[in-house]
Design a protein around this ligand. Structure first.
Ligand code: ADP
Ligand code: 5GP
Length: 206
């Protein structure tokens, strides 16, 4: 027996660590997951699609939604705004879907204050050198942007004690298995299953 609600899963980690790659594997293994599509003001990368990877907005559009309180959290990261739209999240959690927010640390900490029941996972690279190589290998950012992202990573790494779980992405399959185990275990935590168990006991004939 597990709980009937979905989990609010927050995944952070330095740009290029492999969050998208590892989460992709987890999504292949499970059919109860939803990847929250964030809004951003950054430029669309080659291969990205509006409404699929992000909702790509102008700064004016982004700030309008923020003023109307449409974001669960938002942050400025490497000169661009990013934010989680409220409408992406809670209606799905109520239906038993695990909603994944792949967001940076400032936003994750805003969510943690409002929703301590969330599951906060930080993905680490096996080394700083590997992180640089992955960012270069991905080939989506120019050198200036890569340096900015590596600088941001140094600060982010000082914040990892604020997360519930740390997963090292050395081998993609292993990291995905670890994430999957975290999801399984979180569904069985006492506060989440307590009501369901009480109901079962109440309906049991003695
Ligand atoms: P993020 O979503 O964290 O920015 P990506 O998933 O885009 O990172 O991965 C960045 C690059 O690193 C991609 O080219 C991806 O193929 C590669 N990558 C991801 N995980 C690994 C791994 N465990 N070993 C080697 N390369 C990896
Ligand atoms: P990228 O530009 O590489 O897609 O993302 C840069 C950083 O922004 C990553 O760390 C990513 O997790 C984070 N990010 C993506 N969407 C959001 C969001 O909605 N809110 C916050 N706070 N960060 C986000």
């Amino acid at each position: 027996m597990t709980d009937k609600k979905g989990l609010l899963i927050v995944v952070s980690g330095p740009s290029g660590v492999g969050k998208g790659t590892v989460l992709g594997k987890v999504f292949e293994k499970r059919d109860d997951m939803y990847y929250s599509v964030s809004a951003t003001t950054r430029e669309m990368r080659e291969g990205e699609k509006d409404g699929v990877n992000y909702h790509f907005l102008s700064e004016e559009e982004f700030l309008k939604i923020k003023a109307e309180d449409g974001f669960l959290e938002s942050a400025c990261y490497c000169d661009n705004y990013y934010g989680t739209l409220k409408e992406e999240v809670f209606k799905r959690i109520d239906k038993g879907i695990n909603v994944v927010l792949e967001i940076e640390v400032q936003g994750a900490m805003q969510i943690r204050r409002k929703h301590p029941e969330g599951v906060f996972i930080y993905i680490l690279p096996p080394s700083y050198k590997a992180l640089r190589e992955r960012l270069l290998g991905r080939g989506t950012d120019d050198l200036d942007k890569i340096e900015k992202r590596l600088e941001a990573a140094k600060w982010e790494l000082t914040q990892i004690d604020k997360y519930n779980y740390l997963v090292v992405n050395d081998i993609v399959e292993e990291a995905a298995d670890e994430l999957n185990s975290i999801i399984e275990a979180e569904h069985l935590r006492t506060p989440r299953v307590y009501d369901a168990i009480q109901e079962m006991l109440a309906n049991d004939e003695i």
